[in-house]
Design a protein around this ligand. Sequence first.
Ligand code: MG
Ligand code: ZN
Length: 218
Amino acid sequence: MQVEVMKNILGENDSIAEDNRKFFHDKKIFVLNLMGSPGAGKTSLLEKSIEQLKSKLNLAIIEGDLFTAKDAERIDKLGIPVVQINTMGGCHLDAPMIQKVTNDLDIDSLDAVIIENVGNLVCPAEFELGENKKAVVLSITEGEDKPSKYPLIFKESSLIVLNKIDLLPYLNFDLERVKKELSVMNPRAKIIEVSATTGQGISEFCEWIRNEVEHEAF
Ligand code: MG
Ligand code: ZN
């Protein structure tokens, strides 16, 4: 019974996600669903990248959060459009939430939308939003075991960002082993090492996004 309920919810979500996908496609907007644990550094990664991204792209951010607007306030300071979705405790964004906020964006002016999902390694990977690509941020402080414990989110993502790489000398984290494990789990994913603190890898992250925007066939 429980399984059936879940299936129905996902079925309804997926049909609205398809509507969203068609809507963004018609408007020629590339959409990235950015996922990761709380504290992985999703907002910090965006903060560090926006200057580079906004010089070449008309970008907007949709921020998912349980209750607060703290992350949206951080993005707002950087002078790009941002819309906050509060899930009121819900642990992921879903397609109807995205559909509801598209009117809050000046949609015809945009080339790309990045959706920062609620911090969670589990269900964000199960709920399609209508995005073109998924990316996951894993900070190396979270531990080596996360890919094997939460494989779906890493399998679904086209980009895996290993954040806080500046802390590598202080941690017991076998970077090469984890990268190898990720590349076996998802051979098609691009893996980028970044530090939102030092700026290492930020250009590579921005280039990946620009490349995706350019190569998306609208
Ligand atoms: Mg955040
Ligand atoms: Zn959830």
